[in-house]
Design a protein around this ligand. Structure first.
Ligand code: UD1
Length: 420
């Protein structure tokens, strides 16, 4: 198993180009199951999650090839209709093959994903939406077994205790594209990745309106064709670099971004005293003075993303004062606190709230990555910690960041891989 070793204390300088969005790519790859024709997906990040999704597609009978950052897929005649536990348990996004399989084959068996380290992650909204379209769903031996004689469009309210759901919206929207009649999803996710999926489906010939708003309308069509599509840049990667620049007192230009996707976090960075200059498709981030403490609350888009909570906490751990971080999407997503505290941070958790007492410096330590974004937070903390930080279990990081260590090296960080 690999670990990352970071020698902290070097301000990041230069420019970095953001890869395509992982969270946009994975459902879009699942959506290619809706057509037997060839699809070409450009700007795809090559991550371990990408390979997992391609393994699932191949298992179902899809042919898939990677050429640089372009993925060619053709599902032709599907050979199977199931997604086994070994895939879904390692990557929750695999669950979004359920909607496309059901729409195309009228049957699907997909393993329940189970919980994960960031907390309980139910799939009730996915199932509620597909049932509303007319699917008959049973849970057998840990699998969701769905079938339908025919599906028909409905008005569906897709909100749960924590608001909208990104992948439930994706699953229901994908199923609805080939469902006769009109489906209306109320309280739909407004995330840019949901919009990207809808745009890709429309490129295939779907009739979707309202993406990006909480009310999405889908008029079912008989057939979807192949399509060429370019994935949006990864907003979480972009912001991770912005926070890295701010933390290290650096000056970094972050290229290939959609500035409008970053508003909530840029606003908070500016509040904290970080300079952020916005360009057409880049941002320039610089910090010279001390960091002011800033409170954040994670919310569905366009609110502050839960996927940036851990990295922002690393930033606030060295602010000059106390900040409160409230997690409203995954109230247990705080595994990084104890690791940051091992590096000298002073963070206290009370349920979904964390109180961060800013300290002057962090100190290098051996720390354990627990999930994707927590790993990123530990790497960022390592960039400014005194002496050496070793981050173990970085396979989490490789699930979601393309060449993070190489990109940080380009910016002047001293970071290298070793064996654990
Ligand atoms: C997606 C993202 C993930 C991000 C999350 C929230 C991908 C591949 N992953 O995950 O990086 O952290 O959105 O922005 O795109 N919920 C239910 N019932 C359901 C489904 C969800 O109660 O059936 C709850 C969840 O527990 C959570 C909230 O709804 O509290 C939002 O989760 P959701 O948007 O579904 O997350 P994912 O789509 O799984």
């Amino acid at each position: 198993m690999d670990k990352l070793v970071i020698e902290g204390g070097r301000p990041l300088k230069g420019s970095v180009t953001v890869s395509g969005s992982k969270n946009a790519l994975l459902p879009i790859l699942a959506a290619t199951l809706l057509t037997p024709e060839k699809c070409v997906i450009k700007n795809a990040p090559l991550l371990s999650d990408t390979y997992t999704m391609l393994r699932i597609l191949r298992h179902l009978g899809v042919s898939a090839e990677i050429d640089g950052s372009t993925i060619h897929v053709k599902s032709g005649k599907l050979k199977k209709f199931n997604a086994p536990y070994r895939f879904v348990s390692t990557m929750r996004a695999s669950f979004c093959v359920l909607g496309p399989l059901l729409a195309r084959l009228k049957k699907a068996e997909v393993s329940l994903p189970g919980g994960c380290v960031i907390g309980i992650r139910p799939v009730d909204l996915h199932l509620k939406g597909l049932k509303a379209l007319g699917a008959n769903i049973e849970i057998k031996e840990g699998y969701v077994c769905a079938q339908a004689k025919r599906l028909s469009g409905k008005q569906i309210f897709l909100g749960g205790s924590f608001g909208s759901s990104v992948l439930a919206t994706a699953n229901v929207m994908m199923a609805a594209t080939l469902t006769p009649g009109t489906t209306i999803i109320e309280n739909a996710a407004c995330e840019p990745e949901t919009v990207d999926l809808a745009n890709f489906l429309n490129r295939m010939g779907a009739k979707i309106k309202g993406q990006g708003s909480p009310r999405i309308e889908i008029k079912g069509v008989k057939y979807l064709s192949g399509a060429k599509y370019e994935i949006i840049p990864d907003r979480i990667e972009a912001i991770t670099f912005a926070i890295a620049a701010a933390l290290s007192k650096g000056e970094v230009t972050i290229k290939n971004v959609r500035v409008e996707h970053l508003s909530a976090v840029i606003e908070k960075l500016v509040e904290a005293g970080v300079k952020v200059k916005k360009g057409k498709n880049f941002i320039f981030v610089k910090r010279t003075g001390s960091l002011r403490p800033v409170d954040i609350t994670t919310l569905p888009y366009p609110g502050f993303p839960t996927d940036v909570q851990a990295q922002f906490m690393a930033l606030m751990s060295v602010a000059s004062g106390i900040s409160v971080i409230t997690e409203k999407i995954y109230p247990d997503r705080f595994m990084h606190i104890s690791e940051l505290n091992r590096m000298g941070a002073q963070i206290f958790r009370q349920g979904p709230y964390s109180i961060v007492h800013g300290v002057k410096n962090l100190k290098g330590a051996q720390v354990m990555a627990s999930d994707l974004r927590a790993s990123a937070a530990l790497v960022l903390a390592g960039l400014i910690a005194k002496d050496k930080t070793e981050v173990f279990r970085i396979y989490h990081l490789d699930r979601g960041y393309e060449n993070l260590d190489k990109k940080l090296t380009q910016l002047g960080a001293r970071i290298y891989r070793g064996k654990q």
